[in-house]
Design a protein around this ligand. Structure first.
Ligand code: ADP
Length: 320
């Protein structure tokens, strides 16, 4: 393979730049030309491709967001849109494509491979950690650490005022961020979509905390577990506590990536190019039990996200 392209798609995630950098530099090392596609599939359909050099990714490994920008593309969800995308690549003699994005982006990548034979390699770029084929997605570790920092700040002020705060964290349909940030932040309660929300139980945990002298309480609520307003209303009705709420929102998507995300993104980016060099395509690259793995995208996406029941139970024990 002499020429490849790389794009980021869907929600941005810290570490996407480290992945782009790894793709560009590994390709350069193997004397493969690389085009950067701006604004994901939208830019690909419009033929928005620029040649990238080793130097074009200098000073990017530590930056959050994505230097290639990202987008959601309605057009790409149609056959006609994907045909245009495939043509934009073939017009420039591009033989392989690295797609960095979440579940939706990888589904799109698989369509492009199956329908038009584009040699696509998918990398898991999402803060949600909701892809079952990989232990970790690029961006998850940073997002969790950002949430933990926020929880630390909230603990200070909640202790001073003897209050309970419900902190809503991201994750779409996944409770991964909530579980890990909740455990590491010492939350009293963690509410995740993978488990039924029992307000009576939550209220009794918070009331008991007050009775045993706890001066603050933190409830970490995954956005997919229950609406924040509902949680506030139900808990207010069941406790006599002073309840506050905070939505962490987009701050979880930004920031300088952690070591774990930079290393993960770099390893996966290198492997993606090595696979393209071997003329392979239609594969999703991830990490399982510490080792980099590659499997057919369709197969990878059929694996249900893993929810660590044991960790969830341990978090419960430790929060008492
Ligand atoms: P993420 O990749 O973070 O999950 P989205 O689900 O929004 O984000 O997907 C990003 C883009 O991928 C969409 O805007 C669309 O262009 C494309 N896409 C998503 N789902 C599909 C699908 N089932 N088939 C083809 N393309 C898809």
């Amino acid at each position: 393979m002499k020429r490849i392209a790389v794009l980021t798609s869907g929600g941005d995630a810290p570490g996407m730049n480290a992945a782009i950098r790894a793709v560009v530099r590994t390709a350069n090392y193997h004397h493969i030309e690389v085009y950067g596609v701006e604004r994901g599939y939208e830019g690909l359909i419009e033929g928005d491709l620029k040649m990238m050099s080793r130097r074009s990714v200098s000073d990017t490994i530590q930056r959050g967001g994505t230097i290639l920008k990202t987008a959601r593309s309605e057009a790409f969800t149609t056959y006609d849109g994907r045909r245009k995308a495939a043509e934009a690549l073939s017009d420039r003699g591009v033989e392989g494509l690295v797609v960095i994005g979440g579940d939706g982006s990888l589904r799109g990548a698989n369509d492009l491979y199956r329908e038009f034979g584009v040699k696509v390699i998918g990398l898991p770029g999402t803060i949600d950690n909701d892809l079952g084929y990989t232990d970790r997605t690029i961006g998850f570790d940073t997002a969790v650490n950002t949430a933990i920092s926020a929880i630390n700040c909230l603990r200070d002020t909640m202790s001073s005022h003897e209050r309970v705060v419900v902190v809503q964290v991201m994750g779409r349909r996944s409770g991964e961020i909530a579980l890990h940030a909740g455990l590491a932040g010492g939350a009293e309660v963690i509410l995740v979509p993978e488990k039924p929300v029992d307000y009576d139980e939550v209220a009794s945990i918070l009331n008991r905390g007050k009775a045993v002298g706890k001066t603050s309480g933190i409830v970490v609520l995954a956005e997919g577990a229950a609406p924040l307003e509902e949680t506030m209303k139900e808990l207010s009705e069941r406790t006599g506590l002073s309840l506050k709420s905070t939505v962490l929102g987009y701050i979880q998507r930004g920031g300088s990536p952690t070591m774990a995300d930079r290393v993960l993104a770099s390893r996966l980016g290198v492997r993606a190019v090595e696979l393209l060099k071997e003329n392979k395509g239609g594969l999703a690259v991830g990490v399982k039990n510490g080792a980099v793995v590659a499997l057919p995208i369709g197969e990878a996406l059929a694996i249900k996200p893993f929810f660590d029941e044991e960790l969830y139970e341990q978090a419960k024990i430790l929060s008492l």
